[in-house]
Write a protein that binds this ligand. Structure first.
Ligand code: DGL
Length: 271
């Protein structure tokens, strides 16, 4: 593998762009190929088998584009398909998920006592966050809550209005999250509404957003493997989707201002 090869990133939709955006800022020389599986969005309500199938197929595709690392920028796929993707990628490139770096970051923080995790049904019902957090720190009081309306809400562009505020308020005032001091945004879509979430808690709850944590772990992993790209001039990123949606393009332009090239890729015609 060569440092000049691109990094392959995927999510069900726009959520992983929050991670891609942090990578662009922390690793400006890296070229990214982003795949949004908008045809199957949302992943959060799909079976584990389906999420594994989509994730391995996308990983194979990104490998065929010569990616040096495959990053699952989706918590649902990280929770349900990490082993399957690792297996697919093994010996061909590196692989990373978005859950483990966050666990490592928060589990050792002694100031955290009661921690909430919100995510899709797939992520929360898998128990992955709770299990991994308790394994690393069994004194943590972990409270998890599935918040399934948030992804479709964000993908439909309801972000800064009465509808989104009402849905956010309804979820965050649930019994499960009472008394938390920290909240993990266990879905890569949620940083898009991070401000509204922080405001709901009057900015008294620490909000953990995986984007920067994951980007820093990625830098470490590339450095350890001598794969950091140090001399690319303004890399041109590629944005691929399995179904064209106007909103994807709007959000992609919001993060990657200027000239983004959105390309539809038909991975699923035989599925
Ligand atoms: N961004 C994905 C995640 O982190 C969204 C999942 C979905 O499509 O439901 O879980």
């Amino acid at each position: 593998m060569q440092p000049s090869q691109p990094i392959g990133i995927f999510d069900s939709g726009v959520g992983g762009l929050t991670v891609a955006n942090a990578i662009r800022q922390i690793l400006p020389d890296e070229q990214m190929i982003y795949f949004g599986d908008t045809f199957h969005l949302p992943y959060g309500d799909k079976s584990a088998d389906s999420v594994k199938f989509y994730s391995t197929r996308i990983s194979e595709y990104l490998l065929s584009l010569n990616c040096k690392l495959i990053l699952i920028a989706c918590n649902t796929a990280s929770a349900l398909a990490w082993e399957a993707v690792s297996e697919t990628v093994r010996g061909k490139s590196l692989a990373m998920n978005v859950i483990d770096p966050v666990i490592d970051e928060v589990a050792g923080n002694t100031k955290i006592k009661r921690i909430g995790v919100i995510g899709t049904k797939g992520t929360i019902n898998s128990g992955t966050y709770k299990l991994k957090l308790i394994q690393k720190n069994n004194r943590l009081d972990v409270r998890s809550l599935a918040t399934p309306l948030l992804v479709p809400m964000i993908e439909e562009g309801f972000i800064f209005d009465d509808i989104s505020n009402a849905i956010i308020r309804n979820y965050l005032s649930r019994e499960e999250l009472q008394g938390i001091d920290t909240l993990i945004l266990g879905c890569t879509h949620y940083p898009i509404i991070k401000q509204q979430i922080a405001r709901f808690f009057d900015f008294r709850v620490q909000i953990v957003d995986s984007a920067v944590i994951v980007a820093k772990r990625l830098r470490k992993l590339l450095r350890e493997n001598n794969l950091l790209n140090k001399d690319s001039e303004n890399p041109v990123h590629q944005f691929l989707v399995s179904d064209y949606t106007e909103y994807f393009e709007i959000i992609a332009r919001m993060f990657f201002e200027g000239d983004i090239r959105l390309q539809k890729i038909d991975l699923w015609s035989h599925s």
